[in-house]
Write a protein that binds this ligand. Structure first.
Ligand SMILES: O=P(O)(O)OC[C@H]1O[C@H](OP(=O)(O)OP(=O)(O)O)[C@H](O)[C@@H]1O
Ligand SMILES: NC(=O)CC[C@H](N)C(=O)O
Ligand code: SF4
Ligand SMILES: [Mg+2]
Length: 533
């Protein structure tokens, strides 16, 4: 595997650039580098049975299926922790490297007894992809066991780390998720009169570190579901209904819950018999017990800061059948395609997509432009990630072998091809070559998101600034480099317009999206300046 050398700056001006490059390199150490796309994030999931315990719900199986539905968010490792509700000293734990289906066999599921549990599927952003960093993290405190699963990345990790270490706590990993877990264990300096006040501890942590996380935190008999005050990472609630109850339609309070689930995305709810209820609000702390769910608190964002839900969840990360902000991801992707057709029309015989994530936008483009949609590529679902290859030729081939061309649809045609994003620019070139070899007379590229220009510090492994192709070539230069007849990106305004066109709440204060990787405007301020708020 190719290794990157750290940057040594020679002058004052170079210092900041070097610091940022080294930060990005450091973050990637110990993880499998990839040649294409953005690497995902993590998925968190929690489930609890209502009424008398032990519950009749198969909690560990529900969590396992919930995690399978979140597998696209992380494929490096996974874990489930359950509690039988009686003993605060003992949790059942199964964690391991690899995919959910490899880790959770029948024996593991049987071991995970309990009426309550949380789970995690990981793509590492802080600390290596190793067994010690697998989540949920479990610690044994003075007040019983505590388990934490985290999606996101603490922007001010360093200062929080110093604070926790300064209180005499030893950390066993470099994971920001372990840091969160240990920070929650700290006894407040002013003391607690009536046992541990977990909501107060969580709130204090949220004030110290407002970005970025969705958390599920489990004690022996309750779960706290927590979303950061910016709402940067997604989190939503579902209600498990009795068998045979219809799961569609608006959530109806009168229907009794057999259990509750909380998840990064709603895409798995129907398959586990859960009805989508709502999102966890930015800054909200929800307590889930066998008696039901209730909001404990809503922690405010720092003054003047707006909500900052990751816009790339819509573009690429989330599964198309998930719901965010009252709208289905698939519908937003289609709207992006419509907007793209308005911004960058082109004469072509067919509209098509780079599967998977580009497909909804291609349908939107097709409807807006009247050019018919036709599939031109088959994706080989058994080719995994293309790890760094020693030569450029192998790099290109490793991408090309993911796809095959449907020659019958392409021969003699002017093809308009939509992809959701271009990151390093490795995917699109080999595909254009493939289509030309299959007889396409013209290949025009339309990208359903703006150029990616800046790194992400909030839980997404975006390549270093130098690796992002948009920092080297503008759209016209890239078209020439990849052999396209034309290449255009959706504008930032167009993406925002598409994302917000159907959001029910038009209240400006309540709607806001992080676009930092596109605009360089970071929701919590410039990350390399002051992270301590
Ligand atoms: O410019 P590059 O660095 O080559 O990466 C961009 C490609 O990577 C992603 O696809 P991916 O195959 O990861 O996932 P998908 O199946 O969801 O589209 C994305 O949808 C683009 O197609
Ligand atoms: N992608 C994520 O959300 C990662 C969570 C956490 N920062 C970790 O590295 O484990
Ligand atoms: S910088 Fe980009 S990927 Fe990161 S949270 Fe913001 S929109 Fe999402
Ligand atoms: Mg793709």
């Amino acid at each position: 595997m190719a290794s990157e050398s750290t940057c040594q700056h020679s002058s004052e001006e170079d210092s900041l650039a070097c610091e940022m490059k080294n930060f990005a390199i450091e973050k990637r150490r110990g993880r499998g580098a990839v040649t294409s796309g953005l690497t995902h994030e993590c998925g968190v999931f929690g489930a609890i049975g209502c009424g008398e315990w032990p519950t009749t719900l198969e909690i560990s199986q529900i969590i396992c299926w919930g995690l399978v539905a979140l597998q696209h968010r992380g494929q490096e490792s996974a874990g489930i922790v359950t509690s039988e509700g009686k003993c605060s000293k003992y949790f059942n734990i199964v964690k391991g490297m690899g995919l959910i289906s490899n880790i959770f066999n029948d024996q593991a599921i049987r071991k995970l007894k309990g009426s309550i549990g949380i789970g995690h599927t990981r793509y590492s952003t802080s600390a290596a992809s190793e067994e010690v960093n697998c989540q949920p993290f479990v610690v044994h405190t003075q007040h019983g066991a505590l388990a934490v699963a985290h999606n996101g990345e603490l922007v001010n990790c360093d200062s929080l780390r110093k604070m926790v270490l300064g209180r005499g706590v030893g950390l066993s990993t470099h994971s920001d998720s372990e840091l969160i877990t240990q920070a929650l264990c700290l006894n407040p300096p002013e003391g607690e009169s009536n046992g541990p006040d977990w909501p107060a501890r969580i709130k204090h942590l949220m004030q110290l570190a407002p970005l970025s996380y969705s958390l599920v935190i489990m004690l022996k008999n309750k779960i706290y579901a927590v979303r950061d005050p910016y709402g940067n990472r997604p989190l939503c609630l579902g209600k498990i209904l009795a068998q045979n109850e219809p799961l569609d339609g608006d959530c109806d309070d009168s229907r009794e819950a057999e259990g509750w689930v909380v998840s990064s995305e709603s895409c798995g709810f129907l398959s586990i018999g859960a009805q989508y209820v709502r999102e966890v609000f930015p800054g909200e702390i929800i307590e889930m017990t066998r008696h039901g769910i209730r909001t404990i608190d809503i922690v405010e964002r720092p003054e003047d800061k707006i909500q900052a839900f990751c816009i790339f969840e819509y573009v690429y990360f989330a599964r198309a059948d998930s719901i965010f902000e009252g709208q289905m991801v698939y519908a937003v992707r289609m709207q992006c395609g419509r907007q793209l057709a308005i911004e960058h029309p082109v004469e072509a015989d067919i509209v098509s997509s780079v599967p998977e994530s580009g497909t909804a936008a291609a349908h939107g483009f097709s409807r807006q432009s009247g050019i018919s949609f036709s599939e031109v590529l088959c994706k080989n679902r058994y080719v995994g990630r293309s790890f760094i290859q020693p030569s450029n030729r192998l790099r290109q081939l490793s991408i090309a072998k993911k796809f095959g061309a449907l020659s019958g649809s392409v021969k003699g045609k002017r093809v308009l091809l939509i992809d959701d994003s271009i990151v390093r620019g490795n995917t699109i070139g080999p595909i254009i070559k493939l289509l030309r070899n299959a007889g396409a007379t013209e290949v025009h590229i339309r990208v359903a998101s703006p150029p990616l220009l800046y790194p992400c510090y909030m839980g997404i492994n975006i390549p270093t600034t130098e690796e992002l192709i948009a920092n080297k070539l503008d759209a016209d230069e890239l078209a020439v480099a990849v052999g396209a007849n034309s290449l255009k990106y959706l504008s930032v305004e167009g993406l925002i317009k598409a994302v917000r066109s159907d959001i029910k709440s038009k209240n400006a204060h309540k709607v806001g999206h992080c676009t930092a990787c596109l605009t360089g405007e970071y929701p919590g301020g410039e990350p390399h300046k002051d992270l301590d708020w």
